[in-house]
Design a protein around this ligand. Structure first.
Ligand code: NAD
Length: 412
């Protein structure tokens, strides 16, 4: 496998991350062969009768990347730029992530190319149910277990889970995770990704020589970024920057994430938030801070801006926000990047707890769920941190090496 350099293709980047890791510690050749392409990739045309009675056809996807460790697991993304290469990259990262967390799950991902903001609720429900109508034969609690991702939430997952049950008669509800609590969801799932990111950071804060109260910038304020900002704020850190797709705001004295959320709800934008200055997303990324948290899309930190980053640590809550070229620049500049396959693994970890609870017919308390999440993600974080020091490599390579060793063991 060669190092590929098309920096904007996330699948190229994901394969490149894999080949970079095996240059540090060689891995079982069969596992590398297995991971060079997905087990299965499916495209489906989803017909939807719109509110004006016209027919629209949407393109939907499911990529089942690798099930060596268990059923395929991964979210479903609704986004206008979603395409098969993005879904393949996300599915490969899921394969690495579940192995990093030592979960009994494989890696998969799904999506639909659509701007959900342009759909009515009725159209969105038809589209969500339509994805299941086309793909239900390849799903199931022991086969493939989807979850939410960008622009999908417990309501959409509820429609999908309901459609799946209606078609197949399956009763455990374990085919979809990220459901609402009254629909078989797990305590702690909604905030799990942001909280998992905080636990990861907390385990290495002192090792990274960062102060007890850090300045934090968060890009993206959806499920992941919104919770992350609130959780870091609640733990005494100072949120100096936040953004959404239209742009960001900076206030060096500190922002209250709740007030920023309600300002956005009222005005539809962050611009003009009292006491803050308006910035573009690129200006936000290159503003001085202790911790930068990308929590939106891929390819935000590239060779073009990596030299301008002024954060002391990057905590990747989005999937794929840093390209391999940027990784090299940041490593040379001694800026640790806590990789997505570890930092945002709280979501899939609690999703796996939800699947387990559904299969066993149990309901765990919030404190049980969060305690399990904290101890498992902090244990993996410390292992990855220590091995990166031993191997003199970055945290991403170290995480991939750990994942590859677990996958190889299971294969042999
Ligand atoms: P979401 O749809 O809830 O929110 C996305 C946020 O990103 C929104 O605030 C949106 O305004 C912002 N955004 C969109 N385009 C942007 C741009 N060009 N620049 C800046 N901001 C932009 O999605 P989410 O569930 O919070 O997911 C965010 C990231 O976290 C994705 O990379 C996703 O794959 C990853 N992730 C999500 C979960 C989960 O449990 N939801 C788990 C692991 C990883």
């Amino acid at each position: 496998m060669t190092t590929l350099i098309n920096e904007s293709n996330p699948f190229t980047n994901a394969l490149s991350q894999l080949s970079r890791a095996i240059k540090v510690v060689s891995s079982n050749e069969d596992i590398i062969k297995r991971l060079s392409s997905p087990d299965r990739e499916i495209k489906a045309s989803i017909p939807v009768i719109m509110d004006d009675h016209t027919l629209q056809i949407y393109e939907g996807y499911r990529v089942q990347y690798c099930n060596i460790l268990g059923p395929y697991k991964g979210g479903i993304r609704f986004h206008p730029d979603t395409n098969i290469d993005e879904v393949k990259a996300l599915a490969l990262w899921m394969t690495i992530k579940t192995a990093v967390m030592d979960l009994p799950m494989g890696g998969g991902k799904g999506g639909i190319t659509v701007d959900p903001k342009k759909l009515s609720k009725n159209e969105l429900e038809k589209l969500s149910r339509g994805w299941v109508k086309k793909l239900y034969p390849i799903l199931g609690p022991n086969v493939d277990v989807p979850a939410p991702d960008m622009n999908t939430n417990s309501e959409i997952i509820g429609w999908m889970s309901d459609e799946y049950k209606n078609i197949t008669g399956e009763k455990t509800g374990a085919t979809f995770t990220g459901k609402s609590l009254d629909n078989g969801g797990s305590e702690g799932r909604t905030q799990a990704t942001g909280l998992g990111g905080f636990y990861t950071f907390d385990a290495i804060r002192a090792k990274a020589e960062l102060p007890l109260s850090c300045k934090i910038i968060v890009q993206g304020m959806g499920n992941v970024g919104g919770y992350a900002a609130q959780i870091f704020h609640d733990h005494g850190h100072v949120i100096v920057g936040m953004s959404d797709s239209k742009g960001g705001i900076i206030n060096q004295i500190g922002l209250d994430p709740k007030l920023v959320e309600s300002y956005k709800k009222e005005h539809g934008t962050l611009a003009g938030f009292p006491g803050a200055i308006n910035v573009t997303n690129n200006e936000l990324l290159t503003t001085a801070t202790d911790v930068l948290i990308p929590a939106a899309l891929e390819n935000q930190i590239t060779h073009e801006n990596a030299n301008e980053i002024k954060a002391k640590l990057i905590l990747e809550l989005a999937n794929g926000p840093t390209t391999p070229e940027a990784d090299d620049i940041l490593f040379a500049r001694n800026i640790p990047v806590v990789p997505d396959v570890l930092a945002n693994a709280g979501g899939v970890t609690v999703s796996t707890f939800e699947w387990e609870q559904n299969l066993k017919g149990e309901h765990w308390t919030e404190s049980e769920v969060l305690e399990k999440l904290k101890s498992s993600i902090q244990k993996q974080t410390l292992t990855i941190w220590d091995s990166s020091k031993e191997l003199n490599t970055d945290l991403r390579r170290s995480a991939f090496i750990l994942a590859l060793s677990r996958l190889s063991k299971k294969l042999s």
